[in-house]
Design a protein around this ligand. Sequence first.
Ligand code: ASP
Ligand code: MG
Length: 438
Amino acid sequence: MIVMKFGGTSVGNAERIKDIVEIVRSQINRKPVVVVSAFSGVTDSLISAANSAVNGNPALEGLKRRHFEVIEGLGIGTSVIWRELEELEILMRDISPLKELTPRTLDTVMSFGERIAAKIIAEYMTKEGLDARAYNSYDIGFVTDSNFGNAEVLPETETNLQKFLRIPEVHIPVVTGFLAKDKNGYITTVGRGGSDYTASIIGSALDAEEIQIWTDVDGILTADPKIVKNARTVDVVSYKEASELAFLGAKVLHPKTILPAIKKNIPVRILNTYNPTHKGTTVLAHVNKKSGITSIACKRNIKIIVIHSPEMFLFHGFLHKIFKIFDEMAISVDFISTSEVSISLTIDGKYDTTKLVEELRKLAAVEVKNNRATVSVIGVLPGNAPVIPGRIYTSFEDKNIDVEMISAGAWKINETIVVKEEDANDAVRILHETLFGE
Ligand code: ASP
Ligand code: MG
């Protein structure tokens, strides 16, 4: 069997849904389990509707219209979602007098996006001759802890799924992504964008042949196509590369989402609903690649903190004191580079550094540089000589791009440079040209 996950823009309107049904049909003999997330934008709309319900105005009209439009476009009856809509309306009415929105209630509110999507898609598939049935993921075994909004899936989910989701099924199961229940029976969600995770857990529990994540790009590209016009798709990436890429700013799957699949050595394919015959990118646990560059990623809104202390730097315990301050402020450090007298670190631009700087200044001179970007080269990098940095510096020479920091990952899988944000696009383009020869 295979798992086919369709989310967000792949289920944005009636036309898209018609397309995905044909995609499912084309692989029908591989016994697909379909996982769906809410139609694009619906989860956000549900959150704002819940917030306005707190202020006494549960605005559901837009959401209802949105779903009725899709239903009409598909030529099915509205009755398939009456029950869910009624439940949602009652829930919203109950929120108003409470004047507060707990994370638990919000999870139940959000759940309607996936529940309604699964119902509509299963109904349409059946109308089109694919006998499908909608399942709420919590009815087929998804159990989590009670950390509403970002719940952890519990291990018993695996055996539950094996029991409740009998394959081969007579029907094609269309399962809600993102949702589960805790042990007290309350609906939980597994974190924004979590439908991929649901798909991966189902695939892993049922030993799927592969897990397909259908999206709106041709997989993982050599660079962001908005920056590099001739960026091309990478056929295969290792799990390590995929996680580095996600961390370093590429818009690929969140590594956590595919971990259950990778642990069981199940290939995860990223495919494009707009271009279904393209083979996309396959993420594998291990890739036998001796060396080669996979992709260039870029992350903006980074701050550099430069700590300078000629006298103190070589004293033992100094670095410990510095990192203790970061730790106490719960600020996570991404890259570090050191010299004899100073240390430069990067942190996410979202952090307010006022207090941090105040504390650090008790130990050393501190400078904060805002509006920086990291540009990273990911791949299996040559083992010894600093080949990549050399080529990076040479290619930047006459372009007036200042490389302010450089840092290599321990896995020999990434080299990252830090530049001014305004230079980031140029840096990505030049690197792509230098390293991919295009
Ligand atoms: N609908 C959920 C979200 O918007 C889950 C998902 O899309 O995977 O976060
Ligand atoms: Mg997603």
